[in-house]
Write a protein that binds this ligand. Structure first.
Ligand SMILES: [Zn+2]
Length: 252
């Protein structure tokens, strides 16, 4: 809370209101805007203190308490061999602030396509362990194991009449895995209970083939949306540049 504390209490002259304002300032409830405190690199390990939605208060490994944009925080992988004292790591470089979330953040210039793609493929995915079906969060571009068990990406079913639709734990859809790599598409085991494979028309088969979707964690979905916006801004920027080049080229 450096730079945020109102300092020694002045002699009461302005009455109750001023006294109340001083108390609120002292509690950090009003008038406390974050000040820039540098940049953290992708992969930096931090421990979550409090997530306020757009910004999260975190503690760095060297003991600093800073505020970072929540979107770049991905939770620590739960796969074998990734134990640690931190709760999250940064998926991209981020400006950080001290004392509070900033009142205003300017949009950073978009990165190149490769940087965006590289971050995207390393975002977290939910996996299920092959036999015990334990949920394991790990980067999507890894092949995690959990207590020695192989893990597979979690799928969900989008069939509105899926018999499994109420079988997921609270807030999470019914999840399953696709382990038979000789079949190109995941098959929902719950839907199998109501399907008659022999009598199915080609249309039915196609419909059931399209129901399963990879399940995206809420933190990943949020970041994917942010990356989509960054991409859009990159393409706008590139188009603008091309237009300027064209105009410069057409000058005599
Ligand atoms: Zn289903």
């Amino acid at each position: 809370m450096i730079g945020c504390h109102p300092g020694p209490r002045p002699p009461v002259r302005g009455g109750v209101l001023r006294s109340l304002l001083w108390t609120l300032l002292g509690l950090g409830l009003v008038g406390c805007e974050g000040k820039p405190a540098g940049t953290l690199e992708p992969g930096t390990h931090v421990t979550m203190v409090k997530d306020d939605g757009n910004f999260a208060q975190v503690q760095t490994q060297d003991g600093r308490t800073v505020y970072v944009p929540s979107g770049v925080l991905k939770q620590r992988s739960q796969a074998d061999g990734t134990a640690g004292t931190y709760t999250h790591e940064l998926s991209a470089a981020a400006e950080v602030y001290r004392g509070g979330a900033p009142a205003y953040v300017s949009t950073p210039p978009p990165r190149g396509e490769m940087d965006i793609l590289q971050e995207q493929i390393g975002l977290n995915r939910l996996f299920l362990s092959e036999k015990s079906l334990q949920e394991v969060v790990a980067p999507a571009n890894t092949f995690p194991t959990f207590h020695g068990e192989k893990c597979w990406p979690a799928y969900m079913c989008t069939n509105p009449d899926c018999p499994g639709k109420d079988r997921g734990r609270e807030g999470v859809p019914y999840l399953f895995i696709h382990t038979d790599q000789s079949i190109p598409n995941a098959i929902c085991p719950a839907c199998l209970e109501i399907r008659n494979l022999e009598a199915e028309t080609d249309e039915d088969k196609l419909r059931y083939r399209n129901y399963p979707r990879l399940f995206e964690l809420p933190e990943t979905q949020r970041r994917l949306d942010e990356l989509a916006r960054e991409r859009k801004s990159l393409y706008g920027f590139l188009q603008e540049q091309a237009r300027e080049r064209e105009e410069a080229g057409s000058q005599p």
